[in-house]
Design a protein. Structure first.
Length: 393
């Protein structure tokens, strides 16, 4: 039977076991009002309670009972309630037996009959302090194991993403390139890829941004990168490439997820740049007249089945620089939640335009980082730059 307290207390249940009704009632009167109490008149009944109720934190049992000794009962309880506090009530003649059983049964205390109620209450309270500490340590241990497993899984995901992203920019005759990539979390949703064909002098370049962050975004990016590699091997026009990629993603991305993509093709000999946009920020082009944007809107991939994409042709003149930056740059915020913005980014481009592309992209990222002043990165940052050499004219 279950005796419940008269007022609300944390549900830390105490199981009392004694075959003598008078002793069981004494135990009940001592504990009632302080804890929820389960009372068993035999060891067999106590075992049934233990099998059915995982919330038992304390077991108080008599040693001498007709169907099973208290020590044997406590030994059985180790399997179902390994962290429970075990208190045994015994006579003087059982002391030697108890000393041998304390370690094997994890007995917290034993009280010699006739026991005093105050001694039992103090014993239970001290036992519960130990019980709560053990429970907290166990929760901490499980959380530590979970975090270590998650950290290892994230490290594996990071290694896979490193494998997917190009390790360096291609070496292009008459051009220089640079890339800077920084995920907001352990792995990111931004992506970039290049494909250079020396045979026909074509460079294809893609910068993308998967909706969301961390592992889910990285997984979608991995699926997209696989399709992209296949597509780059058989070059289409940028707009046809986006149309093809959009149709392949429809039905494979979860609801409200998408991939913004900028797709560019550059003919190295002529500097003719063909650009199609699927929802990415407009690229920056730095020339003698200053900084201009290649303004071409477009819908991110994976949202609408009949995506219609356009493309523009822009001559990249000798000495001109093209920069693509994901929105993690302009949307980066300082501690006052003020975004970095387009104006600051353009000013940075003007300051560093003379630097080689690999230095320029690094300097841009450094300025964004200094602007944030320690504020956490909330979105991935990717910057890609390509400059046509003046000697190529």
């Amino acid at each position: 039977m279950l005796f419940t307290p008269a007022y609300d207390q944390p549900q830390t249940k105490v199981l009392i076991v004694d075959d003598e009704i008078a002793n069981l009632q004494k135990l009940y009167r001592t504990l009632v009002g302080r804890y929820p109490v389960l009372a068993a008149k035999s060891a067999g009944e106590a075992l049934r309670f233990l099998e059915q109720d995982p919330g038992i934190a304390v077991i108080v049992t008599d040693q001498r009972m007709p169907d099973m000794t208290g020590i044997d009962l406590l030994r059985h309880s180790l399997a179902t309630h390994p962290h429970a506090i075990r208190v045994i009530l015994t006579g003087f003649t059982d002391a030697e037996v108890l000393m041998d059983a304390i370690n094997t049964c994890k007995v917290f205390r034993y009280l010699v009959k006739p026991w005093e109620p105050v001694d039992l209450l103090v014993t239970i309270e001290r036992g519960l302090e130990t019980y709560r500490l053990v429970q907290e340590n166990e929760r901490f241990r499980r959380e530590l194991i979970r975090r270590e497993r998650l950290a290892r899984e994230l490290e594996i995901a990071r290694e896979i993403q490193r494998y997917i992203l190009p390790p360096c920019c291609p070496h292009l005759p008459g051009y220089q390139m640079g890339v800077e990539y920084h995920p907001a979390w352990e792995v990111g949703g931004d992506l970039y890829d290049f494909h250079y064909s020396p045979e026909n002098g074509l460079l294809q370049m893609v910068v993308g941004d998967v909706s969301g962050k961390s592992v889910p975004a990285a997984l979608y990016g991995a699926v997209f990168s696989g399709q992209l590699r296949t597509l780059l091997a058989e070059p289409k026009s940028p707009k046809d490439s986006l149309t093809f990629l959009n149709s392949s993603l429809i039905g494979r991305t979860r609801e409200a997820s998408y991939i913004a993509v900028a797709f560019l093709r550059l003919e190295l000999a002529t500097g003719c740049l063909t650009f199609s946009n699927g929802g990415m920020p407009y690229p920056y082009c730095l020339g003698p007249q200053g900084v201009r944007r290649l303004e071409l809107p477009g819908t991110p991939l994976g949202l609408f089945e009949n995506g219609d994409y356009e493309e523009i042709n822009v001559p990249l003149q000798p000495g001109e620089l093209l920069v693509l930056a994901s929105d993690g740059c302009t949307e980066a915020e300082d501690m006052k939640e003020e975004p970095f913005g387009d104006e600051r980014l353009i000013a940075c481009l003007e300051r560093h335009r003379a630097a080689p592309p690999h230095d320029l992209v690094f300097n841009l990222y450094e300025e964004v980082s200094r602007f944030m002043k320690g504020n956490e990165i909330r979105d991935d940052i990717t910057i890609v730059a390509i400059r046509r050499s003046e000697a190529s004219q």
